[in-house]
Write a protein that binds this ligand. Structure first.
Ligand SMILES: CC(C)(COP(=O)(O)OP(=O)(O)OC[C@H]1O[C@@H](n2cnc3c(N)ncnc32)[C@H](O)[C@@H]1OP(=O)(O)O)[C@@H](O)C(=O)NCCC(=O)NCCS
Length: 164
C-alpha cells in the first residue's frame, strides 16, 4: 500500500444548527455535535484507507462554549497518525454567528477508527506522510497519546476500574 499524505484525507464540513438540533434549554444538543464529529472524522479515516471503518474510541472531550440554533458548526478533521489497522483522527469544531462573523472554538477531540475487511476483521492501513511541521508535531503527539492510552487502560484494569 502506498503511503499517503495527511492532506489527501482532510475533511471540512459545515452544518447550520436547526431547531431539531436543540436540547431542552434551546441550545445545541451535545449529541448533535458528537454525531457530526464522528461523521467527519469517519469520512477522513475512510479517505485515508479507502475501506470501511468503525469508531473504536472517542477520547475525552469537553464542550468549551455553547452553540446556538442558527449558528454554523464547522468541523475540521485530519488523520494525525496510524498504527497497523487503526488511525487517530483529530477534530476541531468551531461555531460561527452568521450575523456577525464571530467564530469560537467549541470542542476538540481525538477519535480512533479501525479499518475492516469484508469479514469484519481489522485490516492494515497505509502509512501516513506528515509533510509540514504542524503535521509532524501532531503525529508525535498522537504517538505519545497512544502510549498513554495503553498505560491508562492497563492501570484502570489493575485497579478494577474499567467500565464493564
Ligand atoms: C474496533 C474493533 C474492530 C477492534 O477489534 P479488536 O478485535 O479489538 O481488534 P484488535 O485488538 O486487533 O485491534 C485493532 C486495532 O484497533 C485498536 N483498538 C481497538 N480498540 C481500541 C480502543 N478502544 N482504543 C484505541 N484503539 C483501539 C488496536 O490498538 C489496534 O490498533 P493497531 O492495529 O493500529 O495496532 C472492535 O472492538 C469493534 O468492532 N468494536 C465496535 C465498533 C463499533 O461498532 N463502533 C460504532 C459504535 S456504535
Amino acid at each position: 500500500m502506498e503511503p499517503k499524505p495527511v492532506r489527501e484525507s482532510q475533511v471540512t464540513v459545515s452544518q447550520l444548527m436547526l431547531p431539531e438540533d436543540a436540547n431542552a434549554s434551546g441550545n445545541v444538543h451535545g449529541g448533535a455535535v458528537l454525531s457530526l464529529i464522528d461523521s467527519a472524522a469517519g469520512v477522513t479515516a475512510m479517505r485515508h484507507c479507502r475501506r470501511r471503518v468503525v469508531t473504536a474510541r472517542l477520547d475525552e472531550m469537553s464542550f468549551l462554549r455553547p452553540i446556538y440554533i442558527g449558528n454554523l458548526l464547522t468541523i475540521r478533521a485530519s488523520v494525525n497518525d496510524v498504527g497497523t489497522t487503526s488511525m487517530e483522527v483529530g477534530v476541531r469544531a468551531e461555531a460561527e454567528d452568521l450575523a456577525t462573523g464571530e467564530t469560537w472554538h467549541v470542542a476538540s477531540a481525538y477519535l480512533i477508527f479501525v479499518a475492516l475487511g469484508e469479514d469484519g476483521t481489522p485490516l492494515p492501513v497505509p502509512r501516513l506522510i506528515a509533510e509540514t511541521d504542524a503535521e509532524r508535531r501532531r503525529m508525535e503527539a498522537a504517538k505519545r497519546r497512544r502510549e498513554l492510552r495503553h498505560h491508562h487502560s492497563e492501570e484502570l484494569a489493575r485497579l478494577g476500574l474499567k467500565p464493564g
